[in-house]
Structures are given as C-alpha cells and as structure tokens.
Design a protein around this ligand. Structure first.
Ligand SMILES: Cc1cc2nc3c(=O)[nH]c(=O)nc-3n(C[C@H](O)[C@H](O)[C@H](O)COP(=O)(O)O)c2cc1C
Length: 189
C-alpha cells in the first residue's frame, strides 16, 4: 500500500508534526512506509489561475509540485496534517491544495478522475488549533474535503485537537498520541 503524508506546519517538532509522527508510527507498525512531504521546505508557487490546465489537466508551472502530482496519483492513502491558522488550513497546506486545480480540471472537465487501485483511496485529516473554538476546524474540514474529493479520495476521517497552542503541548494531551497511533493503524487496515 502506497501511503503519503503532507505536513503543513512550519513549526519544527510542533504539535502537528508530533501527531503526524504518531500516525506514521502506527502505519509503519502495520508494515507500510510513508513518504512525507514537508510543505514548508518545498518550492511550491501559488496557483496563478492562468487557465493553463483547463484543457490538459496539467499544470504549466514546474516546481516541487511535479513530485507531488505523481505521489497523489499513485497513493492509496493520503494524510493531510495542518495547524489551524486564522480559522483555516495553513498557507503551506493551502498552497499545495490550490495547485491541485489541474486535477480538478482533469476530473470534472476532462472527466478523467484519478483511479483507485486495489486498496481504494482513503484520506486522513489531522488538525491542531490553539483555540477551543470549533469554527477553525469546520473551515479547515470544508477545504480539506474539497481537496480529497478533487483528488478522488472518496472518504476520509478527521482527527482534530483544539486548545493546543504551545510548541509540543500536544504531548501533555491525555489521549492524542494514542488516538493518532490507532488512527494510523486503522487507515491501512
Ligand atoms: C498565524 C497563526 C494563526 C493562528 N490562528 C489560529 C486560529 O485561527 N485558530 C486556532 O485555534 N489557533 C490558531 N493558531 C494557533 C495554532 O493553531 C497552534 O499554536 C497550533 O498548536 C500550532 O501547531 P504546530 O505546533 O503544529 O505549528 C494560530 C497560530 C498562528 C501562528
């Protein structure tokens, strides 16, 4: 099974990364490797809405997204991990998502959705927010859902932790790490 993960936090060893590592540990203990894309360190231009992909389904910008498109097309499981910034996904995450407009064109205009392999395609959304307000998780969930459906991931689960703000604070959460580990195992069952 081919598993990929997007880390959308710029904070090294921050809450999102800690959680993602636990999910990955669960997946690896089940016998699968995970390829992680650290979005903050990647060269990804924002979508220019140039229309260049309308008729081809291919982006005309060539940068680190070239590898991402290939990974998205061939993945059986896709994990999106982001902190909540201003009631939404982080800019690092959103920039990658917007560049999937070419996959939107391919699916909805050219009628060629990414096909699922023998394991089907499933997603997992990981969210961490410093505030206890639900609205950030709701807005992030809507955007992530649009992303997953665009890349032909018909179902995803979500694990979100709110009120977790300081770097590494997730380590003090009573259940988060165990939940993340179990979710990783469940994703590849
Ligand atoms: C630019 C910025 C905007 C933020 N906006 C929100 C927000 O709208 N809602 C929220 O719950 N937390 C917000 N936070 C707090 C982060 O979500 C929180 O610190 C989280 O634990 C960061 O995860 P990380 O350690 O993986 O980066 C914001 C933090 C930053 C830096």
């Amino acid at each position: 099974m081919n598993v990929i993960a997007f880390l959308g936090s710029p904070r090294k060893d921050g809450n999102t990364e800690i959680l993602l590592k636990e999910v990955i540990r669960g997946i690896e203990d089940s016998g699968y490797d995970v390829k992680t894309f650290d979005l903050n360190s990647m060269n990804i231009e924002p979508c220019q809405d140039c229309g260049g992909c309308d008729e081809t389904g291919e982006c005309i910008i060539h940068d680190d997204m070239d590898d991402v498109y290939e990974a998205i097309r061939t993945a059986d499981r896709i994990i999106l991990a982001s902190p909540i910034f201003f009631f939404a996904l982080s800019a690092q995450t959103k920039k990658m998502i917007d560049r999937c407009q070419c996959l939107w064109c391919e699916k909805y205009i050219l009628k060629k959705p990414v096909s699922g392999g023998k394991f089907g395609r499933k997603g997992l959304l990981l969210l961490v927010g410093g505030m206890k307000k639900e609205i950030g998780a709701r807005c992030s969930e809507s955007c992530a859902q649009a992303f997953f459906r665009t890349i032909s991931v018909p179902e995803h689960s979500t694990l979100s932790f709110l009120g977790v703000d300081k770097k590494g604070e997730i380590l003090n959460h009573p259940t988060a790490l165990q939940e993340a580990y179990s979710e990783g195992k469940r994703l590849v069952e």
